[in-house]
Write a protein that binds this ligand. Structure first.
Ligand SMILES: [Zn+2]
Length: 197
């Protein structure tokens, strides 16, 4: 049995789960510092659980123990590829990347079923209750993001951070991923540069 993960929660500052997924890479714009916090399939499951993206059958620790190592590796790699495709499709306008999201979305739909739920009353995609479930749930949100209005998609103005988000500020002038993190650090940096110049 794997120990439950106790590491810091994944960031949720993006305003859309598919961009929160992109933000599982820290310091994306500085290859010497970049940290990928989705290190394996256990992280993928933990991420889906934290975001409330998939039914418990797909986010439960039991799924991990029931998944053969080779399948876990395959699913982890596929999710990372999907994450990078979201980034490239939104921020680099890559058609190849958008095609990958489209393929994953079509595959996810073909293996999911619409199920009625109440409160809120809606029909909801029920992804496969197996190791492909997390990838399917992620493909659904990736497609939702790509086909939504992307005019407010932004990347943090920090040189290295690379976190992305939807700017929903009233004046459309949010330039930092978080005011307390990159905003504050860059304010201090500017202040120090002024004092020493
Ligand atoms: Zn930032």
């Amino acid at each position: 049995m794997e120990e439950p993960r106790t590491s810091t929660p994944f960031p949720e500052v993006a305003g859309h789960p598919a961009l929160d997924l992109v933000d599982t890479v820290h310091w994306r714009l500085d290859p010497s510092r970049a940290i990928d916090t989705l290190t394996d399939f256990a992280d993928v499951i933990a991420w889906c659980r934290q975001l409330g993206l998939a039914p418990s059958a797909v986010t439960d620790a039991a799924l991990l123990t029931a998944t053969p190592a080779a399948t876990a590796t395959r699913e982890h790699r596929a999710v990372v590829a999907l994450r990078e495709a979201v980034y490239e499709a939104v921020f680099e306008r890559s058609e190849r990347a958008a095609e990958l999201v489209a393929r994953e979305h079509a595959a996810a739909l073909s293996r999911s079923a619409l199920r009625r739920r109440e409160e809120p009353a809606t029909w909801e995609w029920d992804v496969p209750h197996d190791a492909t479930g997390p990838r399917a749930a992620i493909a659904m949100i990736a497609h939702d993001l790509l086909t939504a209005d992307l005019a407010s998609a932004r990347q943090c103005a920090d040189d290295a951070c690379g976190w992305v988000y939807l700017d929903r500020s009233p004046r459309r002038n949010r330039i930092w991923c978080t005011a307390a993190g990159c905003g504050n650090r860059n304010r201090v940096k500017r202040h120090q540069a002024k004092r020493t110049s």
